[in-house]
Design a protein around this ligand. Structure first.
Ligand code: GRF
Length: 189
């Protein structure tokens, strides 16, 4: 199988990055993780890139030129899929236009509900019966692009923000790889 070159964007822990690296070792998994991009030099996830000898780049989003540098890296590396895995910055419209339908994001709620930050708190405050996580294409509106894959679980009466996060992130380990398989097998971007 000819794998597509992928890039993972992170800002923090990198549990999704870790899982995607593991999945990508599978011959049948459609992507090869060529590079990792982080906007945070202290992102724990960078350890997984280093451990697995994956090239990684730190970007400084405060520098006006960062988007040109980033674009160059992605074009030079022939990146065909960009996975935002806990990347906490908004990407400029110009960049989104350039990589249209090539950027996906994972979000810890059942979109279109609870876009944005503090999802677990808001889910509990709203007394939702169920929650979950979503992988979606990225467009210029926050957490609003077409949904690729979504998984749900029922909230237990004693769930708090911590347990919701744990349960959601466990499900993310299933949803992200499944979304990537779906994109190349059925959506064919
Ligand atoms: C995930 O829960 C994801 O849904 C959200 O940020 C978190 C990132 O976690 N966008 P990690 O860095 O992959 O551990």
């Amino acid at each position: 199988m000819v794998k597509k070159n992928a890039c993972i964007f992170i800002s923090g822990t990198g549990s999704n990055l870790k899982n995607l690296i593991l999945q990508s070792r599978n011959y049948n998994f459609p992507i090869n993780i060529k590079i990792v991009i982080s906007n945070n030099k202290n992102a724990f996830g960078l350890i997984y890139a280093k451990k697995n000898s994956i090239r990684h780049f730190l970007i400084n989003t405060k520098n006006d030129k960062y988007i040109y540098q980033l674009t160059n890296i992605l074009i030079n590396e022939k990146i065909e899929l960009i996975c935002l895995a806990g990347y906490m910055k908004i990407l400029p419209k110009k960049f989104l236009d350039l990589f249209r339908k090539k950027i996906i994001n994972i979000h810890p709620s059942l979109l279109p509900k609870f876009k944005g930050l503090n999802t677990y708190k808001r889910v509990l405050e709203n007394k939702e019966k169920k929650t979950g996580c979503t992988v979606h294409f990225v467009n210029k509106n926050l957490d609003s692009g077409n949904i690729v894959c979504q998984k749900t679980f029922y909230i237990a009466p004693n769930d708090d923000e911590f347990t919701l996060k744990t349960k959601t992130q466990r499900l993310e380990q299933v949803v992200f790889p499944e979304a990537i398989i779906k994109i190349y097998r059925y959506i064919r971007i």
